[in-house]
Design a protein around this ligand. Structure first.
Ligand SMILES: [Zn+2]
Length: 459
């Protein structure tokens, strides 16, 4: 995809569809590993070297539930060309096939501080995910997504669950690269003021032309709709000195539609504003009046194939679950019957339209944000790849539809008469961390034996 304009802050992104089939974090470990040296840039840590010497305005790599992105941005022509070159080389010709130690360092390895000390797991991604798994907001986000799409790739943890990461073998790790890091499965994006033809010739001659076109099965399947809303309880760990009371997250989650249905997504952003964030927002107020939770918020997720809407009460109690659901349903039913506050809807539409026109992403380059947004639909469908940057028609549609009962209909159809949803309670448990540590320790003993055997055979 090319977006040519006079923006000097040029952006290159190469992304791959990388739907994981388990929670070993293979996509995430690979994202880290390909940046540890490649055919033309065999440095041990080209990424760190790049950051030091470059004039980049953005340089990073990100693993999402279904894709991995390698974006760079720079205002300097030579710097931009160099960054693009390094990234292309990294994704297509990484040193991971020659050096198993890259996988061990970035993924997981056994760690022994001293001869008598306990055997531990170590690894960059392993440690990173241990941190992520102890943050309750992260746990909630992940559990909500898993609860709505249990049979698809979204039922897995693409970042890696520390419990599952050590199941990943070097061979499976390499297979994942062989399968998905191929031009036929790539999404290449160039944005800004540059000679597009020159860039395309370079990309083709240096990289793409060396590969044959392949049919790669990386399509993301849809989750089949549920017969009824799933009621799920999960736990998250709290420290000894943290209370278990008033510390439960209650969430009401509904699957909405397809990410490529851009008007529907815009409408739900506006609904989120009107119902849960505008001054005096009725749903938020009703839950606060009922004393359910200390913090109430909504969220609409459209970064994966099927979108969903969540209403969350933070700082609540499990005993309030039925009341939580009742207040939501009663309030929404009333709004659907009597009509939504048109002023709040209009304010919501204006707010999002202003943000879109202004395109101010603070320190992030505009072209970067466009490039990432575009993948919310392009990744699943080639039909309207530019729809994410052509929203003006959508706002016009919403302004008209708001007068014709559209928002009330959305509430009825997706938030009330919808069986594809979940009521997920995330309950604090003091003993949880202790329990998990114990079970890991038991694991270590068995692993220690394997470790000894392997070290005898020269591994
Ligand atoms: Zn990471």
């Amino acid at each position: 995809m090319l977006i040519e304009n006079d923006d000097e802050n040029k952006v290159f992104n190469i992304a791959f569809r990388t739907p994981p089939k388990d929670s070993t974090g293979v996509a995430h470990i690979l994202e880290h590993s390909v940046l540890c040296g490649s055919r033309e840039f065999p440095l041990k840590d080209p990424f760190v070297e790049l950051v030091k010497g470059s004039l980049n305005t953005f340089l990073n790599a990100m693993t999402y539930p279904d894709k991995t992105c390698y974006p760079v941005a720079s205002c300097n022509d030579r710097d931009f060309q160099n960054l693009m070159h390094v990234y292309l080389d990294a994704v297509f010709y990484p040193n991971i096939y020659k050096k198993e130690e890259i996988f061990r360092q970035e993924g997981w390895n056994y760690h022994l501080e001293n001869k008598e000390g306990p055997l531990k797991y170590n690894g960059v991604v392993y440690n990173e995910m241990k941190g992520a798994f102890s943050s309750p907001d992260d746990v909630l986000e992940r559990e909500i997504m898993n609860s709505l799409f249990p049979d698809t790739t979204y039922g897995c943890e693409s970042g890696g669950d520390p419990v599952n990461i050590p199941d990943l073998t070097y061979e499976k790790f390499l297979d994942f690269h062989r399968r998905y890091y191929h031009p036929s499965n790539s999404f290449i994006y160039l944005y800004g003021n540059m000679d597009m033809e020159e860039k395309l010739v370079f990309i083709d001659e240096h990289y793409l032309s060396a590969f044959e076109a392949l049919a790669i099965d990386s399509q993301i399947e849809d989750q089949g709709a549920f017969d009824q809303v799933h009621d799920i309880r999960k736990n998250y760990p709290v420290a000894e000195n943290e209370g278990e009371e008033d510390n439960t997250y209650l969430s009401y989650n509904m699957v909405v539609g397809q990410a490529k249905d851009i008007n529907l997504s815009l409408a739900f952003e506006v609904l989120d504003y009107a119902l849960l964030s505008a001054p005096g927002a009725p749903l938020k107020q009703a839950l606060l009046d009922a004393k359910i939770g200390k913090d109430i918020y909504g969220s609409f997720e459209d970064g994966i194939k099927q979108t969903y809407f969540s209403i969350v009460a933070k700082g609540a109690n499990l005993s309030q679950k039925e009341e939580f659901v009742k207040v939501i349903r009663d309030t929404l039913t009333k709004i659907a019957e009597e009509g939504i506050d048109k002023k709040a809807v209009k304010a919501g539409i204006n707010y999002y339209e202003f943000r879109f026109r202004e395109a101010d992403f603070s320190s992030y380059p505009k072209g970067l944000m466009y490039g990432l947004d575009i993948l919310s639909s392009w990744l699943y469908d080639d039909e309207k790849p530019f729809c994410e940057v052509q929203l003006l028609e959508g706002f016009e549609f919403l302004k008209k539809a708001a007068e014709e009962g559209y928002f009330e209909e959305l509430i009825r159809k997706y938030l009330l008469d919808n069986a594809h949803g979940s009521i997920l309670s995330l309950v604090p448990e003091r003993a949880l961390r202790q329990k998990e540590i114990r079970s890991l320790k038991r694991g270590w003993r068995i692993i220690a034996a394997v470790f000894l055997m392997k070290s005898l055979s020269g591994w």
